[in-house]
Design a protein around this ligand. Structure first.
Ligand code: NDP
Ligand code: 8X3
Length: 240
């Protein structure tokens, strides 16, 4: 029986690419809010692996814990958690920021990651086994103008990764982070609220990373031998 991996944000971009990349080796719990997309992905992967769909908003703590606590028996034993769900919302000077955008980023990128981790980790502790991979960003290494709250959310992911690694080491759980540079996904479309022209400007002249590039790095992290834990990986497009 293949081990089980839970991927948040599997309905798009990097999360979807991870699901495709690791489907041969894992049964997948694919999560997101857009159920129709998850159903499509599940169908696509049907010949490769079994999937279970998790349709919930990571900001909703009771929805998250309810989904994890009521997993069917055969899906309980989660070996891998990929904390990928997240987005930037807006890009404004700090004094002009939209507080709803701030809430969305803090609630999704930080609190959402915490809620799902809090629900899943006790299961890993029980089996004294697990690997958590958090999606940080180069935005969590250095800030950039008008990145403020998104930057802060990814700095938080970095701190949480380090904290988790220390706290969970004695339980045999690996904790890793990957920090991509520019990856062409729906990320910028979400950040600029559907303004495609503005979104495309982000990548112009860059030859950005593809979601698959990051998925391949994550697959590499996952297949290291038991005694090897890749703590951190920074992945940039050549031009960045
Ligand atoms: P996408 O916008 O393509 O995908 C974001 C995913 O997150 C979607 O599947 C979305 O699913 C899910 N998501 C967002 N909000 C919520 C929510 N409240 N509840 C549940 N799921 C949610 O962006 P990327 O694939 O690029 O982003 C994935 C991760 O990678 C993010 O954490 C991002 O910060 C990080 N990253 C991205 C980079 C880039 O340049 N693209 C670079 C560095 C890091 P749905 O809408 O269906 O809920
Ligand atoms: C996404 C990468 O540089 O657009 O985390 O913030 S960046």
């Amino acid at each position: 029986m293949k081990p089980i991996a839970l991927i948040t944000g599997a309905s798009s971009g990097i999360g979807k690419a991870i699901a495709r990349q690791i489907a041969d080796d894992y049964q997948l719990i694919i999560c997101g809010r857009r159920t129709s997309r998850l159903l499509r992905l599940s169908k696509e992967l049907h010949d490769k692996t079994q999937t279970l769909i998790g349709s919930f908003d990571v900001r909703d703590q009771s929805a998250v814990s309810n989904f994890i606590d009521t997993l069917p028996n055969k899906w309980q034993n989660i070996s891998v958690l990929i904390n990928n769900a997240g987005n930037a919302h807006g890009m404004n000077y700090i004094h002009e920021g939209d507080t709803q955008d701030w809430d969305a980023m803090i609630d999704t990128n930080i609190k959402g990651l915490l809620y799902i981790s809090r629900a899943v980790i006790p299961k890993m502790i029980k089996s004294e086994y697990g690997h958590i991979i958090n999606l940080g960003s180069i935005a969590g290494i250095d800030v950039y103008p008008r990145g403020n709250v998104y930057n802060a959310s990814k700095f938080a992911v970095d701190a949480l990764t380090k904290g988790m690694r220390m706290d969970l080491n004695k339980h045999g759980i690996k904790v890793s982070e990957i920090k991509p540079g520019l990856v062409e996904t729906e990320f910028s479309r979400v950040r600029f609220k559907g303004n495609i022209e503005k979104a495309n400007e982000t990548y112009s002249g860059y030859d950005p990373l593809k979601a698959k590039d990051i998925a391949e790095c994550i697959a590499f992290m996952l297949i290291r031998p038991r005694h090897v834990n890749i703590g951190d990986m920074i992945v940039l497009p050549l031009a960045q």
